[in-house]
Design a protein around this ligand. Structure first.
Ligand code: DQA
Length: 152
């Protein structure tokens, strides 16, 4: 079933945090060879298949990510977020996700953060989201979009 209310296609934000603009070149043994533009295209296609309009974004700046979560709270039906390094440190992102409740937010990490350095095992954001996917590479974004489509 398509995630539509009446004829209106719902918009979901896919928000990417710091350093993800370097995907493809950045530590490919950990993050893979796909760049963010290719992941964006896959997400837009998945959105089309699911009946969702995907608004895909990336910023290296914590405050911009907070602003986009607030914007999602006004305009979107759900959010997929890879908070990248800020996931491990940012109470502000945790608070922003809580502030836009009950909007469903799903956290994604390309790598398996639990199999990496201890400082990556915890994220500030995970207690605030409906669910988290990690370790499945770019497929995680698509699975998160499917999960959002089921909820909204
Ligand atoms: C990441 C994992 C984080 O620990 C790291 O800081 C990133 C990327 C991932 O997608 O695997 O920048 O979020």
């Amino acid at each position: 079933m398509r995630a539509r209310k009446g004829n209106a296609v719902k918009t979901v934000f896919v928000i990417n945090g710091p350093n993800l603009n370097l995907l493809g070149k950045r530590e490919p043994s950990i993050y893979g060879g796909k760049d963010l533009e290719a992941i964006s295209k896959d997400c837009l296609q998945a959105g089309e298949d699911l009946g969702l309009m995907v608004d895909f974004r990336q910023s290296n700046h914590e405050g911009v990510l907070v602003d986009w979560l607030h914007e999602a709270g006004e305009q979107a039906a759900g959010v997929v977020i890879n908070p990248a390094g800020y996931g491990h440190t940012s109470i502000a992102l945790h608070d922003a996700i809580k502030a836009i409740a009950p909007l469903p937010v799903i956290e994604v990490h390309l790598s398996n953060i639990h199999a990496r350095e201890p400082f990556r095992h915890h994220t500030m954001t995970s207690p605030a989201v409906v669910g988290m996917i990690c370790g499945l590479g770019p497929t995680g974004y698509i699975l998160a979009l499917r999960a959002l489509a089921d909820r909204i």
